[in-house]
Design a protein around this ligand. Sequence first.
Ligand code: NAD
Length: 497
Amino acid sequence: MTSDVAPRPAAVLADGAKPERVRAADAVLRSLSLPPGTDRFDVLNPADDRVIATLPETGPTAALEAVALADEAGRDWAATTPRVRADILRRWYDLLVENAEDIALLITREMGKPLAEARAEVGYGSDFVRWYAEEAVRPGGNVRDVPAGGGTLFTRRAPVGLSVLITPWNFPLAMATRKIAPALAAGCPVLIKPASLTPLTTYHCVALAHQAGLPENLIQVISTTDASTFSETVLRDPRVRKVSFTGSTGVGKVLLRLAADNVLRSSMELGGNAPLIVFDDADLERAVDGAFTAKMRNGGQSCIAANRIYVQDGIADAFVEGLTERMSAVIAGDGLADNVTVGPLIDRRAVAHMQRLVDDAVSRGTTVRAGGRMLEGPGNFFAPTVIDHVPTGADIATTEIFGPIAAIQRFSTEADVLRRANATEFGLAGYVFTENLDRALNVADTLETGLVGINQGVPSNAAAPFGGVKHSGLGREGSAEGLEEYQEVRMYNLARR
Ligand code: NAD
């Protein structure tokens, strides 16, 4: 067992610009206009567990008042022209870009990721706003004749109505904009409940949307730690017509049951267990680089993170050596420090989850090539870890890791690895590394996932339809498909002589 605590490398103590950034982050926090209220909860910095803000608990009565306000504002919004909506979204995008550094500081402060990654999230997250500013004016619908004659069918697209958006903590900006922007573009009012661990970025970005000219009350932000009372209250309200959720599969199933009672349009972006497959004929450097990125982006706390890394026998030793070298060079620490390349995990529970998974794998004969232990405090740190020869039955092979552990299994044939890769109830992302195009496409076609990265570790993009199959979810976000999630199709049948 490997449950003792490892020292944090001395390098993290070299702060560089950190004190200056702490002051800047505090200034952003002070500038936020957070709602008043007496019953409050704390938001912590996961790098040191210090309180950075307190927010009011929005109870059921206030949540229903928010439903009423958004519903009222939504009537006018649905009647605006696509051009008006597009122009406001574009101004919002410009403000997000102008305020990128402040938003990045806030993300790092409440979620922990290194500032460079937080800046990248601002780029990725604001791209959804720009994309839907452009998409808002693309005409939906079409015209076709009744096949037997006698009529012409018109389809038009109408806003689905008041949309409840529930987001996770791992990408506090991008998960919000990926939902808010298409909802607004389609003409829907919004009630958004960010994760109570990371609500501040949502408040900031919604304030910028209002500064961009968004009508008052159209977006309501709900802060609460009592998520189940919130969903049981608002999802039963007849004014609500849509729920869009990103989070764990367990909670997604609870929300789908609630949605059924009110027959709500539902989009579910749920958990993953992504296979990443490296064939003997892969470009080694590209495969190591892609696997490292697919594993370590966001410290491994991403739904599309490489969860099961399958490496073919002929390339396995070289690949493991390369990945171990990359993972060993990662520096864990407070994301505001200059040289830090991975931040903390979100909380203590996540650190304990990592330790349990490693200990279970080790007890089944896995080799630890790097890390394997939590790092000494303060904050919630686990050493970047590589474990090799993970047996199929280990918990880590069937559970979403959501942390900095690269778990490697080996394989000999394509048929064998595809059978193992698909032997999971999840189906969000998959990755394949090979220089053989035919094999790449065959593997991509055979993987039971919503998206596949071919020779690359970051397949997501505002222009790409993102979403899972099986227990990883329903519906797509981003791209034109993401807009349709907030639209109803209306049909008119015009009789013709
Ligand atoms: P979570 O399911 O615990 O929480 C997600 C959100 O749901 C939070 O806002 C939380 O407060 C809220 N929530 C929890 N219980 C609720 C309830 N009963 N009713 C209403 N809301 C409720 O997930 P998490 O720990 O915040 O995020 C990690 C999970 O999210 C992972 O499984 C990850 O794979 C998944 N995720 C998926 C995607 C995707 O696009 N598929 C993206 C990011 C994260």
